[in-house]
Write a protein of this length. Sequence first.
Length: 233
Amino acid sequence: MIKKIFILIFIVNSYNLDAQYHELGLFVGGSNYIGDVGSDYYIIPSNVAVGLVYKWNLTTRYSLRFSAINTSLKATDYRTNDINRFRRAYSFENNLTEGSLGIEMNFVEFNLHDEQTNFSPYLYLGLSFISYDEFYFDPSLIPISKPIKYNKAESVSIPIVFGLKTNPSPYWVIGIEIGARYTMTDNLDGSSPSRDIGISNANFGNINNNDWFIFSGLTISFTFGDLPCYCKE
């Protein structure tokens, strides 16, 4: 799925390389999961997250953005203030990859023509595709030691990212951001496994809420391509 998105971006750019200004760089930071297992804190980046970020700067306000980020989401009921979760003692590790495409919007003009350093808060909205492990906890095993993996799955999530960026030189852009992802699945934590596993009482937690995960970190990108003229000719 992520390969298809890369191919689409390459095809689009092949017609615009002479007229646009591009950024390509890295995302380095942490991740945390919000759901039915582990900590009830919303932002606690305890897992390493790394990936690639590409931006196609359309104007001083808007950029088309693509990112591919990988992380290993980990959570344990021993790190929570909820005594019921602590007694349950579930834990898991889920290898998750996200490919996201959307629009990054600057709150103020971020003009790369300017010789002086620019600063701007920004908001990113888009659509993400995620690939993750599916697993379940067998309640008949006492104590429950490890989750049982049975499949790889794909789903959709909605990213909402807030950040602040600056360009210390014409060739580099640095940003710091925090982004929440609302997923269309409730099984990042094994709380809502498929009925195909043959265990009827494997579901647990709040069945009315899907899982979330958070990416927090830095983006460091270098710029290339001809600068566009943002003014009308």
